[in-house]
Design a protein around this ligand. Structure first.
Ligand SMILES: C[S@@+](CC[C@H](N)C(=O)[O-])C[C@H]1O[C@@H](n2cnc3c(N)ncnc32)[C@H](O)[C@@H]1O
Length: 240
């Protein structure tokens, strides 16, 4: 399969290398229902399917959750549920995921595959703006109770999410933020030849991503690592 036809969200610009990773490593071990969910998302959501996390990133998150022995997690920004299903498959049978999205229709596209994979019982999907749910959880004594929180929503909200997420994730737990290299735009000016062709939506949000990245570097509450996986994944381990 040609990488250009994969619509893959990756910073790897060397197409044969990306194709090698996907064809030789990621696709051969992709769970059948994840593959089906990915295919139906591409078919029904067309260019919006670009919002799903890439296969290699989902496999990294899955391994991380297993290494951590994560049991109680949260996902902010579900879309059709690719990262959600990868998480549900990685958690033990009594694991719990609070999954929040404004859009239930998109979740329902992926739901049959979650059901077929036999992991729906681990998921509490809440159709809502995530901020009100986070406030509710903080009020209801769920502070410092989540092993892992994955944030994959609007980039302009990351700074506000971070303050609430820092209250909800356990000390020693991980908050993971997606798209923190924002297709590489964070490193380029708009008039740069290489990146001037990027869509308006990328440039519109670039400054929010830069502001968030700068903040995380000097946030004493976390140890962080910015991975060049997908289009950037920042892991923050809560220290206190
Ligand atoms: C990039 S997509 C999530 C992709 C998903 N993690 C996956 O791998 O398929 C972002 C989602 O965040 C949701 N969203 C954006 N802002 C939100 C908010 N304030 N509260 C809840 N959901 C939000 C959108 O409706 C959208 O479905």
């Amino acid at each position: 399969m040609e990488v250009s036809s994969l619509n893959h969200k990756s910073l790897i610009v060397d197409a044969p290398v990306l194709e090698y990773i996907l064809e030789k490593n990621a696709y051969p071990k992709e769970h059948e229902q994840l593959k089906e969910l990915r295919e139906i998302t591409a078919k029904k959501c067309e260019e919006r399917s670009f919002m799903s996390v890439p296969v290699d990133e989902a496999q990294f998150l899955s391994m991380l959750l297993k290494i951590m022995n994560a049991k109680k997690t949260m996902e902010i920004g579900v879309f059709t549920g690719y990262s959600l299903l990868a998480t549900a498959l990685a958690l033990p049978d009594d694991g719990q995921i609070t999954a929040i999205d404004l859009d239930k229709e998109a979740y329902e596209i992926g739901l049959p595959f979650i059901q077929k994979a036999g992991v729906e019982h681990k998921i509490n999907f809440i159709q809502s703006d995530a901020f009100s749910i986070l406030d509710h959880l903080i009020k209801n004594e769920e502070e410092a109770s989540f092993d892992f929180i994955f944030v994959d929503a609007e980039k302009e909200d990351y700074m506000r999410f971070h303050e609430k997420v820092m209250k909800l994730v356990k000390i020693g737990g991980i908050a993971a933020y997606d798209n923190t290299l924002w297709l590489g735009s964070v490193a380029y000016e708009q008039d740069d030849d290489k990146y001037s062709a990027m869509p308006e939506s990328i440039w519109k949000n670039k400054d929010y991503v830069i502001q968030f990245n700068d903040f995380i570097v000097s946030d004493p509450r976390v140890e962080s690592s910015l991975l060049s996986l997908g289009d950037g994944l920042t892991l923050c381990r809560r220290l206190y």
